[in-house]
Ligand binder design. Structure first.
Ligand SMILES: Cc1ncc(COP(=O)(O)O)c(C=O)c1O
Length: 395
């Protein structure tokens, strides 16, 4: 048996493919049409919010959010260093100084205490990343941020369907983004995203910013081609708009996958619980446990491997790959250590938990299309590998 690190999280069912085939055959227009409107409506219902817009990716959503924030020179944005680079690049590109925050070792997500310590008079916003599909409970800093006029951005790229206190993540902060990239809990054919903007006035600016400034004329026109076929205008003073639109077929995929998302998430949660329970006799492998209070949706299945003098997570990854053909991954290299961020002046001194976790973490393949047979094979193989490493540890 072979378990790859898959480039797609799930497959599409026959009736979903039929629905999409119909769009391919008949949709006119093929972009910015009725499926876009329907997908946005359904996603809005899903997180129980309006002001929801579909875009080409979560990175595009974050780019628009950073424009809406109106970042000025010397503004600071606090972002965890333990996340994917897209959580930070849009803010840096738009001129913010990134203040990297550490993670909480227990939750493996942003440390709210560390964020509070890093807030200064220059802090414009903080980014809460619901990484790995873990729901970050940040409710106790909302009032604190409100008082200081600091905006909260939820990066829910990995956490569609996760919940905090019964509310969907992405519906609590001032702004949020979701990703439908190929490996996410649901995909709109490889790429796609959502932006949510709480403030109505700001939300109105999103359609133009995502589509080259296209808008209606303010005056009533006699002929549709006069003075031009369509109008272009600015939504934000002095800010060029982008082209971040998403096709009708992708929106169709979003509509059908939203119907199945809960079932897919339930499968992830059930499997994660099973895996964690099966590994409970191995103290060296430490997971974030499922909670009853908040809902984690386990986009990934990651663990901390407690290293000993001679054995570390690389030994486990190697055995799983060489002996059992199971391809694990290591995520997320502290962003401030990448040449990209360093060369752009966004380095940082070491963050302890961020580096400790990265240095000792292992992420098991967790695509939802993995068969039960393969999943059980992975459980058996990990146990056997851990036992063989225990023997070496004890030598
Ligand atoms: C935490 C996080 N934020 C943002 C993104 C960007 O998503 P997209 O690929 O849709 O731009 C990703 C994608 O992997 C991510 O994991």
């Amino acid at each position: 048996m072979k378990i790859p690190w898959s480039g797609r999280a799930h497959s599409f069912e026959k009736k979903e493919i039929n629905f999409l085939t119909n769009i391919i055959k008949n949709a006119d227009p093929l972009t910015q049409g009725k499926y876009l409107k329907l997908f946005e409506k359904k996603f809005g219902n899903f997180i129980k919010k309006s002001n929801v817009f579909a875009v080409s990716s979560a990175a595009a959503a974050l780019e628009i959010i950073s424009l809406l924030l109106g970042i000025k020179k010397n503004d600071e944005i606090i972002i965890p260093a333990h996340t994917y680079c897209a959580s930070a690049i849009p803010f840096a590109r738009n001129g913010a100084k990134i203040v990297w925050s550490d993670i909480n070792f227990k939750t493996r997500t942003v440390d709210l205490g560390d964020i509070k310590k890093k807030i200064t008079s220059k802090t414009k916003a903080i980014v809460i990343v619901h990484l790995y599909g873990y729901a970050v409970d940040f409710r106790n800093i909302i009032n604190f941020c409100k008082k200081k006029n600091i905006k909260i951005i939820e990066d829910c790229a990995q956490a569609i369907g996760a919940e905090v206190g019964g509310k969907k993540v992405g519906s609590i902060g001032d702004f949020s983004c979701f990703s439908f990239h190929a490996q996410k809990n649901m995909t709109t054919l490889g790429e796609g995203g959502i932006i949510y903007v709480k403030e109505k006035k700001l939300a109105r600016k999103v359609p133009g910013l995502r589509h080259n400034g296209h808008c209606n004329y303010r005056f009533k026109r006699k002929n549709y081609w006069v003075p031009a076929m369509g109008n272009l205008d600015l939504d934000l003073k002095g800010v060029w708009p982008y082209k971040f639109t998403i096709s009708e077929i992708q929106c169709g995929a979003g509509i059908v996958m939203l119907k199945r998302l809960n079932a897919l998430n339930k499968k992830r949660i059930k499997r994660a619980k099973k895996f964690i329970k099966e590994m409970s006799n191995f103290d060296e492998l430490q997971f974030v446990n499922p909670t009853e209070k908040n809902r984690h949706v386990y986009h990934l299945l990651s663990a901390y491997y407690q290293p000993s003098k001679y054995i570390n997570k690389n030994d486990l990854i190697e055995i799983l790959f060489e002996k059992y053909s199971i391809k694990c991954a290591v995520q997320y290299y502290p962003l401030y250590k990448y040449a990209l961020f360093k060369k752009m002046g966004q380095g940082s001194k070491k963050l302890l938990n961020t580096e400790k976790f990265y240095n000792n973490m292992i992420s098991f393949p967790f695509h939802v299309w993995m068969s039960d047979k393969e999943f059980n094979y992975m459980i058996r193989s990990v146990k056997k590998s851990l036992l063989s490493l225990q023997k070496l540890r004890n030598k």
